[in-house]
Structure formats: structure tokens, C-alpha cells
Design a protein around this ligand. Structure first.
Ligand code: KIV
Ligand code: NA
Length: 273
């Protein structure tokens, strides 16, 4: 299993870091089989797997349950779990308690937290207590209400400079990596050059140290429309619907099950006779 040290080395060696989200046992298993470097049990699960409008509905219990499932599937892959909405803001002790549950009960190897400001202090507390932390800057979906929608962030020079400062603060607080979401690629490049920890981009262009995508987006699995920054490498919704439609038709026409799908008991047959 790769660890925080390896991700650091990958940045130094200029080897791209590949991350994908996973929310359940099969996704964990298949992602590990595919050679993914590290997994994110993202709170995007609230939207893509649970059908909520945003990530703010996701609870700590949800994250624990899904982290456990992912870990059972991906036994040899580093797993980062999102701390959900408002579970790392009110106090250091509450933040530590919630992270402890994600690690001890869920089996997370690290946690991810969104934002800067007070959150930087929480990163310090978490890493001080031995919990590896990934930061998350730029578009921070848990703050969608404050941001006023899912839009590209940091388009002015002032906002761009602020992001660079925030990223440095996150690094200084002890984070081992930082996700940059939906920022101009030139800014992501600047942050990547100025930090010694790896940057992992989503909608942040090609210059970050790594990339992350949402599992369901990248394989086109039950998603309606995806953002401009997503590339779809498979279209499994089509396969699933085709398979399910064929099953419906077969059962309706009594074409399924066939003898090869049925059990044959000679004892039972002889008894009937
Ligand atoms: O929850 C999530 O999927 C994320 C990624 C978009 C980075 O936080
Ligand atoms: Na997230």
C-alpha cells in the first residue's frame, strides 16, 4: 500500500498521482484492481450514490458506513475519507472525536477537510493527533450556499493570491496533500510549484501533481450530466439499462430461466412419479 511518504516521493519524482472516489465494496475492489494510487470516500456520495441535492445532507454515520465498505473492497489501498458538513468547525475536541470515529470505526487512513481560515487550525490539531489530512481549496462544495453555486473559483488576481496563501497555510498546518477544485489551470500550476506537498486537481487543469475524479462521473454510472472538466472513460449506464431491459423482456416471454439456470432433483422427480 502506498502511504503519505510515497505520495510525497511521487511529487518529487514528477510521477502523477491518480485518485478516484469510491463509495462501496465493488468500487473499492475494482479501483484497486485498476491500479489507483489512493481512494477518496468523498461526500459527493450524497449526490451521486444517495441522490441528495448537495453534500450538506451527508452525515458522519454515512461516511463511516461507506468507508467500511470501501476498505473491505480495497484492502491494499490508501483511503482518504471526507469529513462531512459541519463536523470539523465547532471545536478542536469535536473535530478530533469525529476524525477518530472515521479512522477507528470506518478504517480511514486519512481525512479530508474543505476550506481555510479556522479549518487550518483544525488541520493542525488533526495532524498533531496523528491523523493524516488532505486539504481542499477552490470550489468547496460544502460551502455551496455561501459560494452561491458550483462555479469556477479564483478568477481575480486578489482571489488567486488568497488561494496561494491558503494553500501555504494548509501545508504549514501539516496536510500531506491538497485538492484544488475548479480553479484556473495557471493558478493550480502556481500553487503546485509553490507547495512541497502534492496538489491533486479536479477541474484544475494538467499541471497539478495528481488528478481526482468522481467514480460515477468517469464511468458514466447513473449520472445525468457531468461538468466540463470530466472525461468519461466508459458508459456503464448504457450497459446496465440494456442488461436490465433484456432481463425484463426474457422474464415476460418466459425465456428466462432456462434449464441450465434451474436445479434438478432426481429424488423429487421420482417422488412425483
Ligand atoms: O467528495 C468528493 O468527491 C470530493 C472530490 C470532488 C475531490 O471531494
Ligand atoms: Na467532497
Amino acid at each position: 500500500m502506498k502511504t503519505t511518504k510515497d505520495f510525497q516521493q511521487m511529487k518529487i519524482g514528477n510521477e502523477p498521482i491518480v485518485m478516484v472516489t469510491a463509495y462501496d465494496y465493488p468500487a473499492g475492489k475494482l479501483a484497486e484492481q485498476a491500479g489507483i494510487d489512493l481512494l477518496l470516500v468523498g461526500d459527493s456520495l450524497g449526490m451521486v450514490a444517495l441522490g441528495y441535492e448537495s453534500t450538506v445532507n451527508v452525515t458522519l454515520e454515512d461516511m463511516i458506513l461507506h468507508t467500511k465498505a470501501v476498505r473491505r473492497g480495497a484492502k491494499d489501498t490508501f483511503v482518504v475519507t471526507d469529513m462531512p458538513f459541519m463536523t470539523y468547525h465547532s471545536s478542536a475536541s469535536e473535530t478530533l472525536h469525529h476524525a477518530k470515529r472515521l479512522v477507528q470505526e470506518g478504517g480511514a487512513h486519512a481525512v479530508k477537510v474543505e476550506g481555510s481560515g479556522n479549518v487550518v487550525d483544525m488541520i493542525k490539531h488533526l495532524t498533531g493527533a496523528g491523523v493524516p489530512v488532505v486539504g481542499h481549496l477552490g470550489l468547496t462544495p460544502q460551502s455551496v450556499g455561501v459560494l452561491g453555486g458550483y462555479k469556477v473559483q479564483c478568477k481575480t488576481e486578489e482571489e488567486a493570491n488568497q488561494l496561494i496563501e491558503d494553500a501555504k497555510a494548509v501545508e504549514k498546518a501539516g496536510a500531506f496533500a491538497v485538492v484544488l477544485e475548479c480553479v484556473p489551470w495557471q493558478l493550480a500550476e502556481a500553487v503546485t510549484e509553490q507547495l512541497s506537498i502534492p496538489t491533486i486537481g479536479i477541474g484544475a487543469g494538467p499541471k497539478t501533481d495528481g488528478q481526482v475524479l468522481v467514480y460515477h462521473d468517469l464511468i458514466d454510472y447513473g449520472v445525468e450530466r457531468v461538468a466540463k472538466f470530466v472525461k468519461q472513460y466508459a458508459h456503464i449506464s448504457d450497459d446496465i439499462v440494456t442488461g436490465l431491459k433484456t432481463y425484463v423482456a426474457d422474464v415476460k416471454q418466459r425465456a428466462f430461466p432456462q434449464p441450465e439456470h434451474s436445479f434438478n432433483t432426481t429424488l423429487f422427480n421420482s417422488q412425483v412419479r
